[in-house]
Design a protein around this ligand. Structure first.
Ligand code: HC1
Ligand code: SF4
Length: 575
């Protein structure tokens, strides 16, 4: 142990503890803009400086460890003057257009500038301008970038892609797409992790809310919305609602109040996906179609983009099932359009997703009879949903819990857990077991696929299940760096699975790139627990017991993997 004094408080901490962590132990927060535990500990911003008694120079607290007898001051006049100058210099290279910034009110630079009472910037303003395609789902405003390196590090270290790089030297240091590529040319998965880890508004997702407001305003359009499983875990965070208050029913009410004509829960089509994917899996598995190669889930577009560029030879092992988002869009424009007795062209489908990659996934075309268009017309992130609620001046606490519309109302606990890593696999196994045995296993029989935490087992949760003489080997992985390592092991023949679930974002969609941002906090697993809690209390917990899904098969698709189901609910993934 080491004895140190911080702002007059004596404390004993373990050797190797950083000054920042030691201060936090005695309840003294040290501000920082670039620090991310275990990911970015490089003191790039220098905001976290502290004074060490007896030393002339200030030292950074995030990457210096305590030593015996240190006497430290985290907020001395010298520290304050220095910190203020650093922030003023950062502001001189930042556009400071807070009123029109997506991150206003949730920006670490804005907060620290306010905390330090900076009311003027004494330095000459110099802004960097890099051109950017504003139609791309991921936007970068170089005028706001503070070169903290978080995007570079998260993409490299956690997602294993290295889309971003540092260019230039001295005052011309900048962040850019690596390999001198444009972002469209780069192999970006669109997971959006760089967005949720950016402390300012330099990285954002394209805003599509105006497109949705226009559709709502258009009297010829029938606006039909769906809300993804993971959105219910997080939308209330920015609106001051507790997890108990932030229900899916209140989102339904908010959508209706904004003028959406019909609103549904994507959990319904998650159940539909399971019907298709589980029967596809059983067919492949019992036929032994791909010896020694698993079937991979296909509902995460971040993963699909990743496998296509990084492991193109694996693309053929993807399930052909479309994601729940796309399936719902397809049935809204066919089955539901028929129910309403309207032309599918009049239906405008919008999905609320925790995801940025879904904005690109929607570009997938829908082919059916003479109608060809898109399953989904607009994708909004959870953050955009919150912005719409705010701009409609809806008081969140005044929202009521209302049911989604029918006849695609029901959703099971199996569909709810799609939003957490391992959830798709668990849901599929519940239904595959029923298909094999003609009876249900206990709903929690496959809980071994649930992750024990992002760093547990390198993010890979393996499990093996014996059903009569069949042995089913499964793995669920989240985070693309973990995925790369797993695919390499599969390629080398070191591990063998029959079924693998991949989610690009750490922890699954609950940790998606479109979710509310809490600087420096990772909330994916906490939100995931909420989904498992909802599943445990659900009236129905098996996708094959969803009465509305069953009715849809009877009336429309006939059975899973039928010809019609193939036309509308499946797709061919090409390299
Ligand atoms: Fe997901 Fe999915 S779970 S991919 O994370 O399969 O985005 O929530 O909607 O489509 O259901 C996202 C979440 C979501 C789909 C479902
Ligand atoms: Fe989108 Fe979910 Fe995949 Fe992340 S894990 S890219 S949020 S679908």
């Amino acid at each position: 142990m080491v004895n140190v004094t911080i702002d007059g408080k004596k404390i004993q901490v373990r050797e190797g503890t950083t000054i920042m962590d030691a201060a936090a132990r005695c309840g003294i927060p040290i501000p920082s803009l670039c620090y991310l535990k275990d990911i970015n500990e490089i003191a790039a911003c220098r905001v976290c400086v502290v004074e060490l008694e007896g030393k002339e120079r200030l030292i950074t607290s995030c990457n210096n460890v305590v030593a015996e007898g240190m006497v430290l001051y985290t907020n001395s006049p010298k520290v304050r003057r220095h910190r203020r100058k650093i922030v003023e210099l950062l502001l001189s290279q930042h556009d400071c257009l807070c009123a029109t910034c997506q991150r206003s009110g949730n920006c670490s630079l804005q907060k620290i500038a306010n905390d330090l009472n900076i009311l003027e910037i004494p330095f000459h303003h110099t802004l960097e301008h890099q051109p950017w395609n504003k139609n791309f789902p991921l936007l970068r405003k170089s005028e706001k970038c503070i070169k903290c390196m978080r995007c570079v590090q998260i993409c490299e270290k956690v997602q294993g892609l290295g889309i971003w790089t540092v260019e230039g030297t001295g005052s011309r240091v900048t962040i850019n797409v690596s390999g001198r590529k444009t972002i469209e040319e780069a192999d970006c998965s669109l997971c959006g992790q760089c967005i949720t880890h950016c402390p300012v508004g330099a990285l954002t997702a394209r805003d599509d809310t105006e497109k949705v407001w226009e559709a709502i305003e258009d009297p010829d359009k029938i606006v039909v919305a769906q809300v993804a499983p993971a959105v219910r875990t997080a939308w209330g965070e920015e609106l001051g609602l507790s997890p108990e208050e932030a229900t899916i029913g209140r989102i339904m009410d908010a959508l209706k109040r904004m003028g959406v004509d019909y609103a549904f829960d994507t959990v319904f089509s998650a159940d539909l996906t399971i019907m298709e994917e589980a029967s596809e899996f059983l067919e492949r598995f019992t036929k032994g179609e791909f010896k020694d190669r698993p079937m991979f889930t296909s509902c995460c577009p971040g993963w699909i983009r990743f496998v296509k560029t990084q492991f193109p030879h694996m693309v053929k092992y993807l399930s052909t099932a479309k994601s729940p988002q796309q399936m719902f869009g397809a049935v809204m424009k066919t089955y539901y359009a028929q129910k309403l007795g309207v032309d599918p062209e009049r239906i405008f489908t919008v999905s609320i997703m925790p995801c940025v990659a879904k904005k690109a996934e929607r570009e997938m075309e829908l082919f059916y009879e003479e109608y060809a268009g898109h399953d989904v017309d607009a994708v909004l992130t959870t953050r955009e949903l919150v912005r719409m609620i705010r701009s409609a001046h809806i008081r969140p606490e005044g929202l009521n819990d209302i049911e989604s519309d029918s006849p695609m109302r029901e959703g099971t606990g199996a569909g709810v857990i799609f939003g957490a890593t391992g959830g798709v696999m668990e849901a599929a196994l519940r239904t595959a077991y029923f298909a094999l045995k003609g009876k249900n296993a206990p709903a929690d029989a496959f809980r071994a696929v649930r992750s024990l935490g992002f760093n547990a087992n390198n993010g890979v949760q393996e499990a093996e299940f014996k059903i009569d003489d069949l042995v089913l080997r499964t793995a669920a992985v989240s985070g693309l760096g973990n995925t790369r390592a797993l695919l390499e092991r599969i390629d080398r023949g070191e591990v063998h699975y029959d079924f693998v679930e991949v989610m690009a974002c750490p922890g699954g969609c609950v940790g998606g790139g479109g979710q509310p941002i809490h600087d420096g906090k990772e909330l994916a697993f906490e939100r995931g627990r909420q989904l498992y809690y909802l599943d445990a209390g659900a009236r129905l917990r098996y996708s094959h017991e969803n009465p509305d899904v069953k009715a849809m098969y009877e009336e429309f698709f006939e059975k899973p993997n039928s010809h019609k189901a193939h036309l509308l609910l499946h797709t061919e993934h090409r390299k």
